[in-house]
Design a protein around this ligand. Sequence first.
Ligand code: NAG
Ligand code: NAG
Ligand code: NAG
Length: 485
Amino acid sequence: MAKHTATAVGWGHHHFQKRWLLALLLMLSLSTIIAFLIRAAFDPCDRNIPADSGIVTARHAIQVAHKRASQIAAADPSPLLFMKSKVVLLVSHELSLSGGPLLLMELAFLLRGVGAEVFWITITKPSETDEVIYSLEHKMLDRGVQVLPAKGKEAIDTALKADLVVLNTAVAGKWLDAVLKEDVHRILPNVLWWIHEMRGHYFKLDYVKHLPFVAGAMIDSHVTAEYWRNRTRERLKIKMPETYVVHLGNSKELMQVAEDNVAKRVLREHVRESLGVHTEDVLFALINSVSRGKGQDLFLRSFYEALQLIKEKKMKVPPLHAVIVGSDMSAQTKFETELRDYVMQKKIQDRVHFVNKTLTVAPYLAAIDVLVQNSQARGECFGRITIEAMAFQLPVLGTAAGGTTEIVVNGTTGLLHPVGKEGVTPLAKNIVKLATHVERRLTIGKRGYERVKERFLEKHMAERIAGVLKEVLSKSKDKPRGHLF
Ligand SMILES: *[C@@H]1O[C@H](CO)[C@@H](O)[C@H](O)[C@H]1NC(C)=O
Ligand SMILES: *[C@@H]1O[C@H](CO)[C@@H](O)[C@H](O)[C@H]1NC(C)=O
Ligand SMILES: *[C@@H]1O[C@H](CO)[C@@H](O)[C@H](O)[C@H]1NC(C)=O
């Protein structure tokens, strides 16, 4: 990246803003999607600009934050140090820029960071070359992760010699029989199964029949673990192995942006301008893939009801806006059409905005005032966007379901409402509450941030994972391999 020699930056100055915005967006898109992959691309400290020179630029601020983060990292030994020189095989059902694989990659780099020998297998790959897979594999190779073909002698040999095999998501279970065949039972005592889902179709014996015999299962929330216990027992008549709940944490890169007021302000102005939302307007967002399960339809109903309430009671509040981030108009689903029809029918087009799905959520988190987490039925398995929003000091209006109930403290870091139609009016009232009580809104946001700093950072996740790995390793040591049956 070219060195910039700005000596003064006026933020009202359009040219500067544009230029820095470009640099920022570039960095952000990288830093929030695959940031941990490109750490090396950043110059961690820019010695030409002393931190106290009074020159504040977004890039500089980010560099300072990086420097600080790396100093902290150096002073703070990883809880995973005991994994040094251990052989770890990570088995991913796919390789893409989606939650599951990216999380496993974060683990790969944490383990590489402490000197573990890390191997990676992707079970399902498209036959033609895929740019995303190619680039992710190369990032891994650059960081010393050894990428193996899913099948064949090398895969089997590595699985047999590994101190630990991590299977990522329920579907990864297919790989065990397909590849390991008669060796499968020698490997099970060293398998840790990381599960991130709770939809019915994962409860297939085909996927999970070996689950009772692995060293442990690691699940993102207590409710999800409970659900797996129930369903495996009642539907499949199998018993869960030792199960560990590991709440996720925010990446260092997300935290750096969240704690960078200058970067946030630039992003806020830019995104609001692009949506046509004024500085003083109150912006509510639902950031999730658009589908009935994520509850965008019910959110819009609540939002409309909130607008009606404000009008009826002649409340003095700035204009309210809603943004739905996660649309996929190329898919043109019935549900997408239904949402847009509703907006037209209620004539709230100027208040509701649709944004295509994106992996770069930071600009939206910087731009909004409240995150709505409206996932229905059993809710989110964890819902990483919730802790990401809290890092940006945003209050959360969430359904009282799934992982959300373990993240959001009702009344303190957010307000919960019931799932389903019963939740529409409570959510509408909560929307009005946060729109009218600015102080309360800001306080709730701050408390959310404090909660993230206490328990939802990468280092907390690493500590929790370290605890699990220690137990799993000590257990598999006690069990001589191949004597299980
Ligand atoms: C699990 O089953 C118990 C008893 O059948 C029930 O009370 C509980 O709500 C269930 N939990 C989940 C998450 O399904
Ligand atoms: C959103 O996606 C649609 C369909 O893929 C595309 O036509 C449109 O240009 C996209 N909008 C933006 C702002 O990128
Ligand atoms: C959240 O708190 C509000 C206000 O105290 C209460 O009315 C509501 O029932 C609570 N919801 C849940 C799910 O705890």
